[in-house]
Write a protein that binds this ligand. Structure first.
Ligand code: NAD
Ligand code: DAU
Length: 358
């Protein structure tokens, strides 16, 4: 099926948020794997967007970068008209829960209004002739709220978001679905669990703690540390997106997860152990940096994904074990200290001091 699709004529694909963490891995996969496609990376280059993530593919013939803000409807409409995109993969978002607690409106603007601007631009360009068109919206498992000790999120779990971030993502999912039902816009939504891997901005748990261990800084664990997340290596997410984009059923949703649940404190202790080995430090040195701090408000207790639908329909499953993925991730950060230094200069310090002030 994929080959048949693959041989079809050149596609113009708009990918939003391609300078961010997950987007850059998806861009790299598509640019390298599909030389016949034209890949357009639209990104506003917020604090989370970094073209350094794409240095290895920026000169490729099938790649174009467009600096634009999805909040600017006029600019977005003009770009759709100018480039005549066939398909959209929408990743651009404000993505960090703690920032959403500090500034919820920024999340409404980008995640809700920005998504609406893209939906409207696609609808206007495609003029109700939706043959071979697709709006693929990348979302999160956080829209389902929180789980107790047992159970998994499935595609039919009710939405029950608890943070301004997850509420904004839930809202955007609803709008995408509504455009499908109301106007016939062909869409796919996938809801993924926590990603980790190279190029993740050091505000999220794993890269933040790697950076702090390197610098011998405290490791701020929220609450009792017994919150559970389901971790997936970012390249496995990119592979799932490729499959869903090419072979997924339109007007449907796919859950993507790692089958890999960890309580935060156990994950942090494993990270400390590997980092002590890599940095030739006495075992226990990094664990000594763990500091329990005030809990995140509205903190979801547990996320865990049932990814059996994408497994059965599209044959996807994670290819990397957590131990392998974590080791690759740590090695990447240790070998790319300049990247870390660049992204943690300037505004980062201001954010850090505000978020972790005593
Ligand atoms: P990220 O914060 O690393 O990157 C977001 C990108 O979007 C950045 O390049 C940023 O410059 C760009 N952007 C932000 N606002 C923009 C705007 N107004 N206009 C244009 N570009 C803008 O995010 P990520 O972790 O790579 O997440 C990507 C997508 O995947 C998001 O939609 C997120 O909700 C979803 N997701 C993330 C995870 C995860 O664990 N990180 C898991 C599931 C789903
Ligand atoms: O589940 C998918 C979601 O995963 C994505 O949609 C989000 O974009 C992504 O940010 C992530 O959300 P989380 O809130 O789960 O990720 P974060 O890395 O911020 O936190 C992971 C866990 O670690 C969570 O229980 C909070 C805790 N934590 C986090 C930070 C930053 C701490 O204990 N201390 C910290 O300093």
């Amino acid at each position: 099926m994929q080959d048949q699709f693959h041989k079809s004529e050149s596609l113009k694909i708009l990918l939003t948020g391609g300078a961010g963490f997950i987007g850059s891995h998806v861009i790299r996969l598509f640019v390298n794997k599909y030389p016949e496609y034209e890949i357009y990376n639209l990104d506003a280059l917020t604090y989370a967007g970094n073209l350094e993530n794409l240095e290895d593919i920026e000169a490729a013939d099938n790649y174009t970068f467009l600096k634009a803000d999805i909040n600017n409807a006029v600019e977005i409409n003009n770009l759709f008209e100018k480039y005549n995109f066939d398909k959209v993969i929408h990743l651009a978002a404000e993505s960090h829960v703690d920032r959403s607690i500090a500034d919820p409106l920024a999340f409404v603007r980008t995640n809700v209004i920005g998504t609406m601007n893209l939906l409207n631009a696609a609808k206007a360009l495609w003029k109700d002739n939706f043959k071979d068109k697709l709006f693929y919206h990348i979302s999160t498992d956080e829209v389902y709220g929180t789980l107790g000790e047992t159970g998994l999120f499935t595609e039919t779990t009710s939405y029950d978001p608890n943070s301004p971030y997850s509420a904004s993502k839930a809202s955007s999912d609803h709008f995408v679905r509504a455009y499908g039902e109301t106007y016939g816009l062909p869409y796919i939504i996938s809801n993924c669990s926590n990603n980790y891997g190279p190029n993740q901005f050091p505000e999220k748990l794993i890269p933040l703690f790697i950076n702090n261990i390197i610098q011998n800084k405290q490791l701020p664990v929220y609450g009792d540390g017994k919150y559970t997340r389901d971790w997936l290596y970012v390249i496995d997410h990119a592979i799932a997106i490729d499959l869903a984009f090419h072979q997924g059923k339109t007007k449907s949703t796919y859950n993507i997860g790692g089958f890999n649940e960890w309580q935060n404190i156990d994950l942090v202790k494993l990270l400390c152990k590997i980092m002590d080995e890599k940095l030739d430090r006495v075992q226990g040195t990094s664990e000594g940096l763990i500091t329990y701090i005030k809990d995140r408000p509205g903190h979801d207790k547990r996320y865990a994904i049932d990814a059996s639908k994408i497994n059965k329909e599209l044959g996807w499953k994670p290819s990397v074990t957590f131990e392998e993925g974590l080791e690759k991730t740590i090695d990447w950060y240790l070998n790319n200290e300049d990247w870390l230094k660049n992204v943690t200069s300037g505004k980062y310090q201001e954010y850090y001091n505000n978020q972790y002030k005593k």
